[in-house]
Design a binder for this molecule. Structure first.
Ligand code: ATP
Length: 132
């Protein structure tokens, strides 16, 4: 079966490199399913799970925004941060979630609401990916 070479890269270094039959992700314009031979594409990603199918298994990566670049047999994801499900520290993500939620509930005029919402989304995404 044909495969795609998938690389997930962050400023801290490579997070994942592997061969997969299909990649599914959520771009800002909607869900994308990428198979080998897909037309070239660049798309901004949402804070979401990237699902990677290989035979009967599925690997999940929490990708925190960034960009997807598709070439016929190679997909590269560049993001500020990304973690494989097995590398996620759920307690840390729960703490980050509580911190962000408290800030958003505080009605404090000095908080950066967009920043707190993004931190909350990153934490929820990590928790969901780790628990699947
Ligand atoms: P925190 O407030 O817990 O630092 P954050 O969302 O602000 O969370 P990021 O700035 O997105 O964190 O990431 C900083 C670094 O920490 C990245 O290398 C990221 O992969 C890693 N990281 C963040 N949260 C977790 C987690 N829950 N488990 C494992 N690695 C994490």
């Amino acid at each position: 079966m044909k495969t795609l070479t998938v690389s997930v890269v962050t400023p801290d270094g490579p997070v994942l490199d592997g061969e997969y039959e299909m990649l599914s992700c959520k771009a800002e314009n909607g869900e994308l399913g990428i198979l080998p031979g897909h037309i070239p594409l660049v798309a901004p990603l949402t804070i979401n799970a990237v699902r990677l199918k290989h035979e009967n298994t599925e690997d999940l990566v929490a990708v925190n925004g960034g960009f997807l670049e598709v070439r016929p047999d190679k997909v590269t994801i560049l993001a500020q941060s990304a973690e494989k499900a097995s590398d996620i520290d759920v307690e840390r993500a729960e703490r980050a979630k509580d911190r962000a939620a408290k800030l958003l509930e505080s009605n404090n005029q000095d908080i950066d609401v967009m920043r707190a919402k993004l931190a909350l989304n990153r934490a929820i995404n990590r928790i969901n990916v780790a628990k699947k």
